[in-house]
Write a protein that binds this ligand. Sequence first.
Ligand SMILES: Nc1ncnc2c1ncn2[C@@H]1O[C@H](COP(=O)(O)OP(=O)(O)OP(=O)(O)O)[C@@H](O)[C@H]1O
Ligand SMILES: [Mg+2]
Length: 253
Amino acid sequence: MITLALYSMKGGVGKTAAAVNLAHLASAETYRTLICDLDPQGASSYYFRIKAARNFNSSKFVKGGRFIDENIKGTDYPNLDLLPSKLSYRNLDLALDDMKNSKFRLQRIFREIEHEYDYLILDCPPGISLVSENVFNASDYIFVPLIPTTLSVMTYEKLLEFFTKKEYDAGRLYAFFSMVESKKSLHKEMMEKIESGGQNILRTRIPYRSDIERMGVYREPVTAFLPQSDSARIYAGLWEEIRGITGMGRAEG
Ligand SMILES: Nc1ncnc2c1ncn2[C@@H]1O[C@H](COP(=O)(O)OP(=O)(O)OP(=O)(O)O)[C@@H](O)[C@H]1O
Ligand SMILES: [Mg+2]
């Protein structure tokens, strides 16, 4: 199982939009895929029209084992399962803090299901917390959507500093531009500046598009409800790039 995180300290940058579409594309290529919603807001659970069981909560999640097995749900798409979040995940930091090896708890939980899936995709909440450190330890690759503005770039630089300070391997960290408005000269300038900076920046740029925004109305990945659209094609390009980074080829769907 290869674990991919969609992560950013910043909120509202396109983590969930990417997680949902990438998970759908991976599963459509017949990769057994699990998307794990780590955000108490539950956006990826919402997009797949899935609700967690009433009695599921953050303490059960961090216990792992049968609590995970019981709460993984099938989606409407073949090969794609989802582990929904609950509002109680707002306490996930506290629940993790109570565990031994608290920074490696998620890694341990996910190891128990590693033979059941080819890809695990983590839809992360914004912020930098114990949950985030668990994500950094549990993930093989971390993908950071970056809106090309000064503040986003500053936040990304802070993340790189954090990785260096805590001795996480920044080689596993990749950024891609998100919500790009190509008419904005600031966006263009920022993208050129960052691309010349020598970090891992993916080639695919996700533009700002209303059909991506409409995922909230259709409650489906755009790659499912508008598979022929430009937006779907661009996410497919992102997936192909990411699949390549993980060393996997195209599996036939
Ligand atoms: N490329 C895009 N073009 C237009 N709208 C987008 C795009 N990507 C995401 N959105 C919209 O912007 C909002 C935020 O996107 P999304 O939920 O993916 O961000 P996020 O980083 O997961 O946010 P959070 O930090 O709250 O979890 C959503 O309403 C989404 O539909
Ligand atoms: Mg989100």
